[in-house]
Design a protein around this ligand. Structure first.
Ligand code: ZN
Length: 119
């Protein structure tokens, strides 16, 4: 089996800064890095964004995953109602809790470049 889809950003266990996959010591504090994927697989999913279109959610997901962030989309579209009106369909974007700040920054950047008529 060839699974090369695990592109995760690691975090220093001393200062909690994001570090490169290949770093053996933290470039921020010099702490020796001893983190495997289980380190953050133990973290809960945290809600970072809510939208009402799955297309938009997928767009954010692609961008977040591109930054190495584990993303989970939870769609609360009521499948018993085929004709969803406006805000009835809610799509929630979750990331692992250590990635919340980074994810929010990325979403903010996307919004500021996409949203032309913000007040
Ligand atoms: Zn560190």
């Amino acid at each position: 089996m060839n699974s090369n889809s695990h592109i995760y950003t690691k975090f220093c266990q001393c200062c909690n800064n994001p570090i490169s996959e290949n770093d053996l010591e933290c470039p921020f504090c010099g702490c020796e890095v001893d983190i495997d994927e289980e380190f953050y697989s133990n973290y809960p999913w945290a809600l970072v964004y809510t939208t009402n279109t799955l297309i938009e959610a997928e767009m954010y997901k692609a961008n977040l995953e591109g930054a190495g962030i584990p993303v989970n989309i939870l769609s609360q579209v009521d499948t018993s109602r085929m004709f969803t009106v406006g805000g009835l369909a809610i799509v929630k974007i979750y990331v692992k809790s250590p990635f919340v700040t980074l994810a929010e920054q990325i979403i903010k950047e996307i919004n500021s470049s996409v949203n032309h008529n913000s007040n």
